[in-house]
Design a protein around this ligand. Structure first.
Ligand code: 13P
Length: 250
């Protein structure tokens, strides 16, 4: 199977438009021979700069979040209509910081998923357990519940536009990476859930990314696992050299 890995950078609340443009121009020649697909999600206000700098690269540029309504009185929010008018390529939904810091629940995330699908925008749905849930042996059931609720009313055909990212909350920004074996076990469980709720073809066609303290030093071991087809990188995606190294190992 020649499925390509996806190496995605989630910049969170870092970088200005100028820094974004400089970053993309600087990294483009360093990753020109990469086999992996490269996704970058800068902050909303940096999207125009990223899209301006993109020609000449193969990068896909996306947003870190969006609202589920097309427009309305939602102060501080961004709609898919706005994102699509700028030609963004994808959106990240249900990131653990949205779930835990901003208290987004599965129902809200599912509405966003359905909006992205309806409007034909590729999405990365993030799932993952907290440390407490892992210690209470609830990882499998948390993942199943987040998948069932997050992908409610999503059809097998819709899955063409869906990427999943397993990000154990305890590994994000902490320097504690799940071991490749721990990540593989979770990814295997996620694949089985996709077989159960859709079918084997859908499960095999869906890229499942790992996220949580991914670095140039650990990315190869993670990507060598059978069920890991990419990574979602936070901190290490902010530096041109470290992100280029990760991309080139993909
Ligand atoms: P870190 O790579 O900084 O742990 O962040 C992971 C993440 O949240 C990517 O979405």
């Amino acid at each position: 199977m020649d499925k390509r890995n996806i190496i995605a950078g989630n910049w969170k609340m870092y970088k200005t438009p100028k820094e974004t443009e400089d970053f993309i121009k600087e990294i483009t020649p360093k990753v020109s021979k990469a086999r992996a697909l490269v996704y970058i999600a800068p902050p909303f206000v940096c999207l125009p700069a990223a899209l301006r700098a993109k020609p000449g690269s193969n990068f896909l540029i996306g947003a870190q979040n969006m609202h589920d309504e097309l427009e309305g009185a939602f102060t501080g929010e961004i709609s898919i209509k706005m994102l699509k008018s700028m030609n963004v390529d994808f959106v990240i939904l249900g990131h653990s910081e949205r779930r835990h810091v901003f208290k987004e629940d599965d129902a809200f995330i599912n509405r966003k998923v359905l909006t992205a699908i309806k409007e034909n925008l590729q999405l990365i749905l993030c799932i993952g357990e907290t440390l407490e849930q892992r210690e209470n042996n609830q990882t499998d059931e948390v993942l199943e519940s987040q998948i069932l609720k997050g992908l409610k009313n999503v059809t097998p055909q819709d899955m063409e536009n869906v990427i999943l990212a397993y990000e154990p909350v305890w590994a994000i920004g902490t320097g504690k990476t799940a071991t490749p074996q721990m990540a593989e076990t979770a990814h295997c469980h996620i694949r089985k859930l996709l077989i159960k709720h859709f079918d084997k073809n859908i499960a095999n066609q869906t890229n499942i990314l790992y996220g949580g303290s991914v670095k140039p030093q650990n990315v190869s071991d993670l990507l060598n696992q059978e069920n890991i087809e990419g990574v979602l990188v936070g901190g290490a995606s902010l530096d041109v050299n470290s992100f280029a190294e990760i991309v080139n190992k993909g």
